[in-house]
Design a protein around this ligand. Structure first.
Ligand code: CA
Length: 244
């Protein structure tokens, strides 16, 4: 297992409201993209990532149930913090977390528009589905994926932790094969850098240098948002591979 995490404030924002966590030994990875004024976004994303950190260190076996509990705890803590700190009212965060404990599957919990991609056989596939206005427009056939990436309202998300609206996580299991490269990122990467350039970096470079390159690409494209990336290769110890 090789994994690298990078986060950068970008060229424009004064704060970095992204948060991220990685424990490569336990196979737990998470990114969160906070929102809210007066640095509240930073608080929300940090609370979310800390809930994942506690889950990783709890000693529980990997699975959907402990991840669901961690996401629920994150949501409730953000709500409670906002109630106790009026300056944080309205804060929220995305949370996209991945847990791999060997074997054929990785478990994923996902709320908002941060993303998980998997590079396999040279092809980049987005594993999570964005909870965003533009994703709904794409699914309705009203705009294309490429239009969505540069759409003026691409920042509007339809699910977030800490908010009263829809905050239910997508819980999924994705299959793992040797040679796959996994990428978790906030929209500071995916809205600045297209899939072709992302996959080129992941194909050409080992995780450490790919992580640097992805941040560099986001900054050189303008760096209008905070950018966070985790690049990981998961080795499939413990079980034979069932190739189909
Ligand atoms: Ca963002």
């Amino acid at each position: 297992m090789a994994a690298e995490l990078r986060t950068h404030r970008g060229n424009v924002r004064r704060e970095n409201e992204d948060a991220a966590f990685m424990d490569a030994r336990r196979g737990v990875f998470a990114v969160a993209d906070g929102m809210g004024g007066h640095q509240a976004g930073e608080v929300a994303s940090r609370i979310a990532v800390d809930a994942v950190r506690r889950m990783a260190r709890s000693g529980e076996p990997a699975g959907i149930a402990p991840m669901t509990r961690a996401v629920r705890a994150a949501h409730e803590e953000i709500v409670a913090h906002a109630q106790a700190h009026p300056e944080c009212a309205g804060m929220g965060t995305t949370l996209t977390a991945m847990w791999y404990a060997g074997g054929r599957f990785v478990y994923i919990a996902h709320v908002g528009d941060s993303r998980i991609y998997r590079l396999r056989d040279g092809r980049l596939q987005q594993i999570t589905q964005d909870h965003s206005l533009v994703e709904e427009l794409v699914l309705a056939g009203l705009i294309t994926r490429e239009e969505a990436r540069v759409h003026p309202r691409r920042n509007i998300i339809t699910r977030a932790l800490g908010t009263e609206g829809d905050n239910a996580p997508d819980m999924l299991a994705a299959d793992v094969r040797p040679g796959d490269v996994w990428l978790l990122c906030t929209d500071g990467l995916s809205s600045m850098v297209d899939d072709v350039r992302i996959s080129r970096a992941l194909l050409a470079l080992p995780p450490e240098r790919a992580a640097d390159e992805l941040v560099r690409l986001a900054l050189s494209a303008g760096g209008r948002d905070n950018v966070t990336v985790i690049v990981a290769t998961l080795d499939g110890e413990g079980e034979p591979w069932n190739r189909d």
